[in-house]
Unconditional design. Sequence first.
Length: 553
Amino acid sequence: MRPIVIIVAILSFLGCGREKHQFSHPQIIGGATAPRLSFITALVTPGSETPFCGASIISTNLLLTAAHCVYDLKYGVEAIIPSSNNTTRSDATRLGVRAIYIHPDYHPDAKKNDLALLLTDELHPSQTRWIESIALNDHAPLSSNALIVGWGNQTSYGSLPAETLMAGEVKLIDIPTCQKAGGRYSHLDSTQLCAGDIVSGGRDSCQGDSGGPLYEWRSNGKPTLLGVVSWGKGCGQKNSPGVYTAVHQYLPWIYHHLTEASSPPNELTSENLHAYCAGRLRLRQTSTNGESKLVTTQLVTKLKDLRQVTEFTSKGTVPLCQTFLPGLGFTEVFANKDKNQSILLVSVKDLNLFYEVTAEVRARTVLHCDKDSNKVLILTDNQSYVSWNNHILELSPTSTEAPLSSSFTCQVDEIEAEFKNLTDSDIPQILQLRNKKGVTVFNLKEKEETPQIEITVTKDSITPQSGTLEIKNTLNSTLISWKLACYKLSNLSEHSQRNDPIIEIESIWPSNPLGLIPPGYSINTSFDLKSSLPSLNSIQCFINGIPTTVRLL
């Protein structure tokens, strides 16, 4: 079945005195197609064409991006240099990434020092005509505006990725002003930059733009890199500007690796070893007890204290990484499976050299309490929660001692989790966790779900295939850009027909003013189908891929 074309007309914004937010400069959120830029590249997983982050070319084989983009790689990374039409399709140049240098002071919880350098494969001389490295800023920004570009999300809600490179202009905000936004913003310092529109919102980078550039054009006609997209609260919201890592504060570290990229050292260092094995230094162990399963993953975040040893045996070890180090040759890294797993073993085969190195790790523990994984406990260094029959339960420490209605216990190895009910609810309220560290008691509270946007469909009394749609923003934030797709429920169960919505409307702000809906506001559009509208119980609608509440009048 072919999609039915919808004729859309702007009827009205419901409500009075609403100020129209129009900006003279388009943004990535509500942005415009960018001209081709020779220094921008996209990061993708091998075999994919969908960017998960951006990066800037600072030399012919070195990219600068955000550390959080590559901190916990599971499937590797490639860099795509787009063709002249700014797409990331197959006609673009794809480069393998040989090494990843994450700033040594980066920590994912603190959101500071959020920089990484990617050493790529060498470009063929014929390919270099497509690229030109961007200059690095060497002082605090003096201008009041800067530019952002990326292939990231175009919406503040759900997913609406850009098909081509988008660009926009943002205001630079001084750090003291940005700190007044409160929360994590209050901890900003001189190693970071702040940009956006605190009063009105709407000017921002978003998911998928991370690692990309904040830059300006200098009087010599050349672009200069000011910052790297790091983090923000939501996308394009008031009092929630974007935060960028200030490039000028990290020039010694960047220049050190620029020199190293052109002339690799011929001695082994813990930093080089970690860079060339990025994403592969992880140890996964699985244990079972009946229907329960415990999966523990340790990710190496840093290597230090490299020391040479006379020899070692690979018996009882697990190979983690095999790589080729310039000037050294084929190198392997092993973990002791049953001994001290913070000590890794290194073999430089071509030189017959052996080393030990100390590893700093972050652990992730997942306890599956039933074979269908309906009851799962996830424990990490920075976030822990319970998934209980599709309900997400957040943990908070407590010392609650109360009469229990029922309990459920599962145990594997040294971890025992007892879920307790204080009421007759099917969802537990208390978790008592026993492990090597002792006993900890947590309150369990169901995570609040994001409110669903409401869709009201009003049929025309004379022509049943025509009518109006009211889209009401029930969120606590402004809806910026949206795509509505409604399907017959029978189509949802048939994958081959999923791409055939009976209603499909897209409104990208600022090119279409209907694309911006403040909290509590509604917009109306008309529709005209080629057949009668199905009954309410046979239709499902989505806004940017998220299900909506549908009413039929």
